[in-house]
Design a protein around this ligand. Structure first.
Ligand SMILES: NC(=O)c1ccc[n+]([C@@H]2O[C@H](COP(=O)([O-])OP(=O)(O)OC[C@H]3O[C@@H](n4cnc5c(N)ncnc54)[C@H](OP(=O)(O)O)[C@@H]3O)[C@@H](O)[C@H]2O)c1
Length: 290
């Protein structure tokens, strides 16, 4: 049994809490910035009502065995306020966020060896603060080291597909190729159906090719067809499907622009790789939020 704190109980954090509860082996605590009346996750196997301690004040948090962070990348500074007390006994911190800079984001707050990057892939939507709809299986991939294997063990016996990936760098860059393209929905203010258009498809290919070129320079193994595969995946998605950067823009929240596209521009510069489509997307969205 492990005492596990989940920081950020939105779409992903709620599904993670439901899975850990289903394991029947852990004591789960929910760290939120507002009180919660209740929480239900509609999973593909039925509704799970979460019965866990809810903490809203980082200054009275107990020490735990594991911390799982599932805030957006732009909320890292707030999430970090929980870490001093939760990690007082050296608990490792799994970062369940998009992008390729999980360790860099938490390096100002934690020793590098206690940070575990996690690639999280799950279609899930927050219907209200108390209700989350999980539309498919939770896939979790981590580096194939001792910490990664210990994280995978937390999910033993649950419906999650949790696994250690020998080439984690490739896993996160392949996911970034998909996420980078999602910016087109946020720019066009239209769900996935916008990718059906021929001109939009051409731009999507360019965005992903830039991402793949930078990923290869960073050591990821990405084949030449990755951009076409991402385009096909978007075109196979229901036209009304909403990705999270588009959902954030529609709701007037901050957006993960830097974690999903800015990083491609920054690392592209480092490697001398031009990334004009991503650069334009970042500039346009930054202009929107001011
Ligand atoms: N949703 C998906 O389908 C999906 C799929 C794959 C990957 N991801 C990635 O997973 C990560 C999490 O995404 P998400 O969709 O779960 O985000 P989300 O639904 O917006 O949930 C984030 C949660 O973090 C909470 N939070 C923010 N600051 C906090 C703080 N200081 N203390 C405690 N809680 C705090 C928010 O609280 P409030 O409720 O008060 O705003 C919110 O409940 C992102 O990097 C995302 O890109 C998402």
């Amino acid at each position: 049994m492990a005492r596990i704190a989940v920081i950020g109980v939105g779409a992903i954090g709620s599904v993670i809490a439901a899975l850990l509860q289903q394991s029947g082996r852990h004591e789960v605590m929910l760290c939120t910035r507002r009180p919660m009346a209740g929480l239900t996750v509609e999973t593909p196997d039925g509704a799970v009502s979460i019965k866990a301690m809810v903490l809203t004040d980082p200054t009275v948090a107990p020490q735990v065995d594991w911390v799982l962070v599932a805030t957006k990348a732009y909320d890292v500074a707030g999430a970090a306020k929980w870490l001093d007390r939760l990690c007082a006994a050296g608990a490792p911190v799994a970062v369940l966020q998009n992008g390729v800079e999980h360790r860099e984001r938490f390096a100002p707050y934690l020793p590098l060896e206690s940070i575990l990057p996690v690639m999280v892939d799950c279609p899930v939507e927050r219907r209200s603060p108390e209700l989350v709809l999980q539309r498919g299986q939770m896939h979790l991939k981590v580096p194939a080291d001792d910490l990664g294997r210990s994280f995978v063990d937390l999910f033993a016996g649950t419906p999650a597909d949790a696994a250690a990936a020998p080439d984690f760098q490739t896993v996160v860059w392949r996911k970034l190729c998909h996420n980078a393209a999602g910016v087109l929905s946020a720019l066009a203010l239209q769900p996935a159906g916008v990718m059906q258009g021929e001109a939009m498809g051409e731009v999507l290919l360019q965005i992903v090719r830039e991402c793949a070129a930078v990923g290869r320079a960073e050591g990821a193994q990405l084949d030449e067809q990755v951009a076409e595969a991402v385009l096909q995946a978007y075109r196979d998605t229901p036209p009304d499907a909403v990705n999270s950067i588009y959902a954030d823009r529609m709701a007037g929240r901050p957006m993960e622009i830097d974690a999903r596209n800015g990083v491609i521009v920054r690392l592209g510069r480092k490697h001398g790789i031009a990334t004009p489509c991503n650069q334009m997307a970042v500039a346009l969205l930054q202009a929107v939020v001011g």
